[in-house]
Design a protein around this ligand. Structure first.
Ligand SMILES: [Zn+2]
Length: 545
């Protein structure tokens, strides 16, 4: 894939061919390919007529679910063949990442071979709240972003309807929210992806009846906006079932492939009847709502999260893991996956030592957004390949996939790393980082930029920025002079560049957030994230007076 020497073979035009009578998904995948090439160089992309290079998209079953192969066809034709329509999309991703974009046009990648994903559940979870990027970005920009994530191998978009932000389903703000995100999910489906909803099953709207509210679960990590209901009170349970009956109906036209039940942060009730929530109250209401979702959506899979279940550091372990395992051993017919993970470096010991409750397939929930930095994303890109490699190595032999937790676009590199873990569990994070840097920035300078990424990770914590921040900035400024105009202007480059600049400034100022350079850098990040009106904490970059 080494760059410069092959730019001589670059083409000023490229033709995309799809089979006659191809369905909407394949036509949309062709449009994704065309847009990516047009955004990266000046080559003209056509669907008919002559061009020096032809890319043919096709579906031929037999490769393996969602897999693809890329082969040479006759006369300067590259064939991207998917086992199914999503497979074509992932093949297009690989083809795009191994191609070159130069001043003279487009040079098709020479990578040939077959790839089939290992994990079936390769989701990204958009935390759709706090007026973050997902709530604030223009709809078109968000749709394009979904396409770009799919090119790395994601096959599912998960979102959360934040009941606590609204009065009811008829609240105008709820209607706006539903309009925006139903359109987004529909867009994902039109590109061959799956979609799902993730909900804390006992969480009410803004002002639930006072007498139906639950008891706050002790402990600092379990979240409580004061709107959780007690799922053991018959009236509260009825209300919750009615709420979800209506909410799920909102997604009837989109069609949900996954429904995920979430225990804490938000969620939970610690009354006599619900305790321990994860093994009793949560199980009861989740089973009810799982049945509701399956009845409404054919083939809908149920994911049971264990987020913030007790761990061995809790002063009063209340038997949640054992209790859930017992409940599922009696009947697990209503659940398809268990999701488990923890904050920071923690992964639930119960799962590592005793296995997954109910012996269900395990999916993880890597925290790629908030780790070790506030405000989240406030300093530009936050790549942590070594951190995620360490986390993944503990469970890669048994995971069936996962869903990274995302608050925005600043963790784009971490998303690519996780997508490729799910696709190919043995792939090294740094290998993915190099492919990302070559594709998004420069194939010739990917090694140099990798050194900058290693420095970013070493300097991740804001009180530990060391002198090599200057070295990273030198690398980035030196690479910038060689980049195409398209790359220099792209948001991915800007958040990479700004991270190097901010770290250098913070090192020189011994952590003080002062001066014109930092002020402008934070303002630019705010614009890129559309964070002007987001909650100042935790989403909005620091503001320098
Ligand atoms: Zn209760």
């Amino acid at each position: 894939m080494a760059g410069g020497q092959r730019e001589g073979q670059a083409s000023a035009a490229l033709r995309i061919v799809i089979p006659e009578g191809a369905g909407a998904v394949l036509r949309n995948v062709a449009a994704v390919l065309a847009r990516q090439i047009s955004e990266r160089c000046d080559a003209k992309v056509v669907l008919t007529g002559d061009a020096p290079v032809t890319v043919e998209l096709a579906v031929e079953p037999g490769i393996g679910a969602e897999g693809f192969h890329i082969t040479d066809g006759p006369k300067s034709t590259v064939r991207i063949v998917g086992n199914d329509e999503p497979g074509v999309l992932y093949g297009v991703g690989k083809f795009l990442r191994t191609s070159l974009y130069g001043r003279r046009g487009f040079t098709p990648g020479t990578w040939r071979g077959t790839l089939v994903p290992k994990c079936p559940f390769r989701a990204i979870y958009f935390a759709t709240h706090f007026n973050n990027f997902y709530e604030a970005a223009p709809a078109e920009e968000l749709k394009h972003y979904v396409e770009e994530l799919a090119l790395w191998g994601y096959n599912t978009i998960l979102i959360h309807f934040p009941t606590w932000q609204f009065d009811s389903l008829s609240d105008p703000e709820a209607r706006d929210w539903l309009g925006r995100f139903k359109a987004l999910l529909a867009h994902a489906k039109q590109h061959g992806l799956r979609v799902g909803l993730l909900q804390a099953p006992n969480q009410g709207y803004k002002t639930p009846p006072a007498d139906l509210r639950g008891v706050k679960v002790p402990g600092g990590r379990r979240g409580n906006f004061g709107v959780n209901l007690c799922a053991s009170k018959p009236e509260a349970k009825e209300l919750l079932i009615r709420m979800y009956d209506e909410l799920l109906d909102e997604f009837k036209d989109v069609g949900l492939d996954y429904f995920e039940l979430w225990p804490y942060d938000e969620g939970g009730c610690d009354c006599e009847q619900c305790r321990p929530w994860g093994a009793r109250g949560f199980v009861g209401i989740s089973r009810e709502l799982a049945g509701l979702a399956r009845a409404k959506f054919n083939g809908c899979k149920i994911i049971l999260s264990t987020w913030c279940f007790e761990n061995e550091d809790d002063a009063n372990p209340d038997g949640e893991w054992v209790g859930l395992a017992n409940a599922l051993n009696e009947d697990k017919s209503w659940a398809d996956y268990i999701m488990a993970d923890g904050h920071d470096d923690y992964f639930p010991k119960y799962v590592l030592e005793r296995g997954v409750p109910g012996d269900l397939p395990l999916v993880n929930f890597p925290e790629i957004s908030m780790f070790g930095m506030t405000p989240w994303g406030g300093y530009g890109t936050n790549p942590m390949p070594a951190h995620f490699q360490m986390l993944w190595d503990r469970i890669k032999h048994q995971a069936a996939g996962g869903a990274p937790y995302s608050e925005g676009i600043y963790e784009d590199l971490n998303k690519a790393i996780c997508a490729q873990f799910y696709w190919s569990p043995g792939r090294q994070a740094e290998d993915t980082v190099k492919e990302y840097l070559a594709y998004e920035f420069s194939p010739d300078r990917a090694e140099d930029l990798l050194e900058a990424v290693r420095i970013f990770e070493k300097n991740h914590r804001r009180d530990q920025i060391s002198a090599d921040a200057t070295r990273a900035f030198d690398i980035v400024t030196s690479v910038e002079t060689k980049l195409s105009e398209q790359v220099r202007r792209s948001w991915r480059w800007r958040i990479f560049y700004l991270r190097a600049l901010i770290d250098k400034e913070m090192y020189e100022r011994e952590g003080e957030l002062t001066g014109e350079a930092l002020k402008q850098a934070f303002q630019e990040l705010t614009r890129i994230y559309h964070a002007e009106n987001s909650h100042s904490m935790p989403i909005k970059p620091p503001q320098v007076e």
